[in-house]
Design a protein around this ligand. Structure first.
Ligand SMILES: NC(=O)c1ccc[n+]([C@@H]2O[C@H](COP(=O)([O-])OP(=O)(O)OC[C@H]3O[C@@H](n4cnc5c(N)ncnc54)[C@H](O)[C@@H]3O)[C@@H](O)[C@H]2O)c1
Length: 444
């Protein structure tokens, strides 16, 4: 069943941030199947579909360069695969042959009609429920196969898509993290309607791709964005509160620093918003607040930033665009002032604000020294014990933030969005690279 389903696959939105990674991973998985001697005479086809022809042109170059890197890493395995082909002697010849073989599977198209022969459809188009539903309906009405859909939606409940597009359980949420080729985490969202064979298929696919599959229940935002969005709103609330005593850019700097340095996270909360895209955060909040009926899942600050065209996100070379913060060589150098409508250099206020926050605990180590450290657990226990005993502004903000993050995690469990605390912690550890899960007892 698995191999047959993978003989004709489509990726919708293939030239996008997520679609391009999904395409790459799926192309490699399909090529690995096709190169097995028993599949020699079977045909495999992967449709890379995107409405933007220019973006598809760029996609070819991306695929080629990534495939070369993948081939270099699995050269020994490829020598075995191509051992019958005596013309391939040099490493470079084997690499080129593999890249060619994978690329031969991929057909580029701007038409949704190209999905009609596919048995598996990965969907990674724009985060808009109506557009997704219309696309699914069109495919279901015309497909010659009985396709299964794996959607990458960040927030729309799968049950809603299933019902509106009348999919009869032929869809599940297979929520990759950005970038899909690198991030290990995938959230799997099924409903009571989901076809069990499709669930089985997605588990084998995830295992072959060596992904960490965490089940999330079908609530808008799921576990990952369920935590991130609420954590972000807390950060915004803290900065807004703090801006009564200092300017808003200074308060944003302070909370960004607290959520990164004091909490030993890979980046501060405002930098993470820029990384994801302030506009993407706004869209996810809109879906979550309407579907969960929770009007508090909203931010005036985000709406204001978007109205001023402050969006963040990445350039096509992967570098960070200016957002709430402005970056030079990947490092924040300025913060946007809504009042002045310009970026204020961090160095103009950094000393003052750092002095207000106070020193980091003496046992502090940066995230990169903690995350892979064998003594991580004891280092964290010691660090938080020291933080708990401190009463500086920075330590107080950090303790509040830490507690809020824990409560968000606990709420995800009590609201049955996550089956248990472990799943929340795994999502934050693997999908957000936190050094520790939010549900912990460090400050108890
Ligand atoms: N960016 C992230 O961090 C992230 C993470 C997880 C999930 N997601 C989800 O993945 C999906 C895609 O997000 P993205 O960030 O890759 O967006 P993106 O804008 O980078 O890519 C979307 C692609 O879809 C194409 N497209 C739009 N409508 C289409 C249609 N009707 N048919 C075919 N192609 C179409 C666009 O041209 C674009 O290339 C969304 O549902 C998003 O919520 C995004």
């Amino acid at each position: 069943m698995y191999n047959e389903r993978l003989q004709n696959v489509s990726v919708l939105g293939a030239a996008g941030k997520m679609g391009s990674g999904i395409l790459l991973l799926t192309a490699v998985e399909m090529a690995d199947l096709q190169l097995k001697p028993e599949n020699k005479n079977k045909s495999f086809c992967l449709n890379a579909i995107d409405v933007s022809p220019q973006a598809l042109t760029g996609l070819y170059g991306y695929l080629k360069s990534q495939l070369k890197k993948i081939a270099e890493k699995k050269l020994i395995q490829l020598r075995e695969v191509y051992k019958e082909n005596r013309e391939l002697i040099e490493n470079s010849e084997i690499i080129d042959q593999y890249v060619d073989d994978v690329l031969k599977l991929v057909l580029f198209s701007t038409k949704v009609e190209s999905t009609y022969e596919s048995s598996i459809i990965f969907e990674a188009i724009v985060e808009n429920s109506d557009i997704k539903v219309a696309t699914f309906k069109q495919i279901l009405a015309n497909s010659k196969k009985d396709p299964w859909f794996l959607t990458n939606t960040s927030s729309v409940p799968i049950g809603e898509l299933d019902e509106k597009a009348e999919m009869k359980g032929k869809i599940l949420g297979f929520h990759f993290y950005n970038p899909p080729a690198v991030q290990k985490l995938v959230e799997l969202i099924t409903t009571k309607n989901t076809n069990p064979e499709l669930i089985e298929f997605s588990k084998i696919y995830a295992k072959n791709l060596r992904k960490v599959l965490v089940p999330s229940n079908d609530f808008a935002g799921f576990i990952g964005n369920g935590h991130f969005m609420r954590d972000m709103l807390f950060g915004i609330k803290q900065a807004t509160q703090l801006s009564k005593e200092m300017s808003l850019p200074e308060a944003i700097y302070a909370v960004n620093r607290v959520s990164q340095d004091f909490l030993i996270r890979p980046m501060g909360i405002f930098q993470l918003m820029d990384y994801v895209g302030v506009d993407v955060c706004q869209k996810i909040l809109i879906v979550m607040s309407s579907r969960l009926n929770k009007s508090e899942l909203h931010s005036d600050l985000i709406d204001k930033l978007i109205s001023l065209d402050i969006k963040g996100g990445q350039n096509s070379d992967g570098s960070q665009k200016p957002g709430i913060l402005k970056y030079e060589k990947g490092k924040p150098v300025a913060i946007y002032s809504i009042d002045k409508k310009e970026y204020v250099p961090i160095e103009s206020f950094q000393k003052n604000v750092d002095a207000k926050l106070g020193q980091l605990p003496a046992s502090h180590k940066p995230w990169k020294d903690i995350v892979g450290n064998k003594q991580k657990e004891s280092l964290l226990v010691g660090y938080f014990k020291e933080l708990k005993s401190m009463s500086t502004i920075g330590a107080s903000l950090a303790k509040e933030y830490h507690l809020s993050s824990k409560n968000i995690g606990l709420e995800l469990v009590s609201d049955k969005i996550s089956d248990n605390a472990d799943n929340v912690n795994t999502v934050m550890l693997t999908g957000f690279f936190h050094a520790y899960g939010p549900i912990n007892s460090y400050l108890d």
